[in-house]
Ligand binder design. Structure first.
Ligand code: URA
Length: 232
């Protein structure tokens, strides 16, 4: 049961003050009955605004095809962000919709977005080892010697005290490789290749756990079916 004014504000409909005005104006019903007491509590599934059921009252989980050029930070000073691609109402949610892990500004590909804080913690925790697959375009030919090195669990990145967890490298062509990581350190793919003198010229995330982009166009999102990460 949730307080009506708080519920509408947290789902991004409007401010709490505006929610009170909407409720007093009779725009909100609970089980078909107008409730003009903004402090009343209700099960979100029973609430209608202007006759419409609430917009995703149980939370959002979205898969976005992130374009290069947008940041995952909410800080406007860091430039245009991925949240600008979402409907306005979702951008006003509290808890805010946020990315599950981050992709660099220059990285494209599969990015999960959610307002479910528990899910963010669970899926970014190294303990859960969710595999993430990256495709990298490289500045130089990639040596096959990197395959056992990256798989060894001994590669130590600059300024870090723990070596990288074993990572699977697949060479796709002389300057293209696919790398599967189970952790998400800062700039990890770029830094792993840089440690071997190879620059990543372009980076794309193709997979996150069981999810792939499929044919989703760049800049578009789709909902992830509930229960997808239930067992993770
Ligand atoms: N590794 C990187 O270097 N950048 C990303 O965006 C993701 C993983």
């Amino acid at each position: 049961m949730r307080r009506l004014d708080q519920l509408l504000a947290n789902l991004g409909y409007c401010s709490r003050r505006e929610a009170r005005a909407w409720i007093q104006a009779g725009r909100v019903t609970v089980r078909g009955v107008v409730v003009d007491d903004f402090g009343a509590k209700a099960d979100p599934a029973d609430v209608r605004v202007d006759g419409e059921p609430l917009d995703h009252p149980d939370g959002l989980l979205l898969l976005l095809h992130k374009p290069a050029g947008l940041v995952c930070s909410h800080d406007e000073r860091e430039g245009p962000n991925v949240y600008s691609l979402l409907p306005l109402r979702w951008r006003g949610r509290n808890p805010a919709v946020t990315s599950i892990g981050r992709l660099d500004k220059d990285t494209s590909g599969l990015l999960l977005l959610t307002d479910q804080t528990e899910l963010v913690h669970r899926l970014t925790s190294p303990k859960h080892k969710v595999p993430k697959v990256y495709r990298a375009t490289l500045s130089a030919e990639v040596s096959r010697a990197l395959i056992p090195l990256f798989a060894s669990g001994t590669l130590l990145l600059k300024d870090e005290k723990d070596p990288c967890a074993p990572a699977a490298l697949k060479i796709l062509s002389p300057r293209e490789a696919e790398l599967t990581l189970t952790e998400g350190r800062y700039h990890q793919v770029r830094r792993m290749f840089a440690s071997q003198g190879v620059e990543v010229l372009a980076l794309h995330r193709a997979r996150f756990g069981p999810l792939e982009l499929g044919g989703l166009p760049v800049g578009q999102w789709r909902e992830v079916p509930p229960g997808t990460f239930a067992a993770t």
